[in-house]
Design a protein around this ligand. Structure first.
Ligand SMILES: CCCCCCC/C=C/C(=O)SCCNC(=O)CCNC(=O)[C@H](O)C(C)(C)COP(=O)(O)OP(=O)(O)OC[C@H]1O[C@@H](n2cnc3c(N)ncnc32)[C@H](O)[C@@H]1OP(=O)(O)O
Ligand SMILES: NC(=O)C1=CN([C@@H]2O[C@H](COP(=O)(O)OP(=O)(O)OC[C@H]3O[C@@H](n4cnc5c(N)ncnc54)[C@H](OP(=O)(O)O)[C@@H]3O)[C@@H](O)[C@H]2O)C=CC1
Length: 288
């Protein structure tokens, strides 16, 4: 299955410079893809390109490029795909990972704040999917993965984002059916609110991630690489019969209520790191 990645497929990854998006970019480069990373802060994009280019061979055109793009802006979205097609002449994969929100009680969210979060996490993804379809995938097919969040039980303090992500989950299903005959698969990944990276953490009060830990059956935070692994699986031909689906990467968090069963502290579900090697990564760590 990895062979098809190695045919120099082309992927666009929003938010590809940081956190989960950075891990997805790294993994796709490792698998042989060309990758275009896109987000608002150009300096951050440039820094990621410089760092990641050190890990791959030099080619012309380069295997990794960046395009500044605010996914809330239609013209910037259009420009992103025009640049991608100008450089590589095709588009195989789209990872709609860029997004975020602020913590606020629902009663206090201003209309401006509500709109900012809905535009970023719902409208932005709609625009990205629509433009990818229009400029390339509608005629040639492709695979899309949309990033959600853990929202199945509602999201107190992030009601705006929960509503936006629920919208994206539904969009994912609509696109999966409407675009199946164009050869497009569309899926979603829902990380638990427990995926630690420095860039994610700096948006929240200091101990938010630590507070989450005891409420997870895994009893530890997740890593960007563990989310990236699910994204890359869904992009790959190994997922050729999966569309309109959501994969949860949450250490069991969304299922856990200590009402009937308390998971004791443990270290039996160890994290996967993409650089640990297949042998180490597949060594059983628990009886599960
Ligand atoms: C118990 C909780 C557990 C939490 C676990 C955390 C798990 C992690 C989840 C993740 O998603 S990690 C991703 C991390 N990255 C981010 O979250 C991104 C951070 N923010 C943004 O991308 C953007 O700021 C935004 C939230 C999308 C807003 O976009 P924009 O830049 O257009 O808006 P602003 O100009 O900043 O603000 C507009 C408007 O919004 C209101 N507002 C903004 N911040 C707050 C706040 N902290 N509290 C209340 N309201 C806020 C406000 O009305 C702003 O307008 P003005 O008042 O500034 O005019
Ligand atoms: N970490 C976690 O526990 C969880 C994360 N998620 C979601 O996963 C995704 C990745 O988050 P994570 O890597 O953890 O955090 P990061 O803060 O590292 O990543 C967020 C990325 O989104 C980009 N971004 C934000 N707004 C826009 C925009 N308007 N246009 C283009 N790019 C944008 C940011 O770049 P820039 O600011 O330069 O635009 C940044 O690179 C996000 O959608 C997040 O909400 C969901 C659940 C839990």
């Amino acid at each position: 299955c990895l062979e098809e990645y190695r045919e120099f497929s082309v992927a666009v990854v929003t938010g590809g410079a940081t956190g989960i998006g950075h891990a997805v970019t790294q993994e796709l480069l490792y698998l042989g893809c060309n990758v275009v990373i896109a987000s608002r802060k150009e300096e951050q994009l440039k820094q990621a390109v410089t760092e990641l280019k050190g890990e791959i061979e030099e080619t012309s055109p380069p295997r990794l490029m960046h395009v500044p793009c605010n996914i809330r802006q239609e013209l910037q979205v259009k420009h992103l795909f025009e640049e991608t097609l100008k450089q590589y002449g095709k588009l195989d994969y789209l990872v709609n990972n860029g997004g975020g929100q602020f913590l606020c009680q629902a009663a206090d969210i201003s209309k401006k704040g509500w709109n900012a979060v809905i535009e970023t996490n719902l409208t932005g993804i709609f625009l990205m999917c629509q433009e990818a379809h229009k400029q390339w995938m509608g005629e040639h097919g492709g695979v899309i993965v949309n990033m959600l969040m853990d929202m199945d039980r509602g999201v107190p303090m992030m009601a705006h984002s929960g509503a936006a992500r629920a919208g994206v989950e539904n969009l994912t299903k609509s696109f999966a059916v409407e675009w199946a005959h164009h050869g497009i698969r569309v899926n979603a990944v829902a990380p638990g609110n427990s995926i630690y990276s420095e860039t994610a953490a700096k948006n929240y009060p200091i101990d938010v991630f630590e507070r989450v830990k005891p409420h997870l059956p895994a009893k530890r935070l997740g890593t960007p690489e563990e989310v990236s692994a699910a994204v890359c699986f869904l992009l790959s031909p190994a997922a050729s019969y999966i569309t309109g689906e959501t994969v949860h990467v949450d250490g069991g968090g969304r299922l856990y209520s200590p009402l009937f069963w308390t998971v004791p502290d443990h270290k039996m579900l160890q994290p996967f790191h993409s650089n640990q090697g297949v042998e180490e990564a597949t060594k059983p760590k628990s009886k599960l």
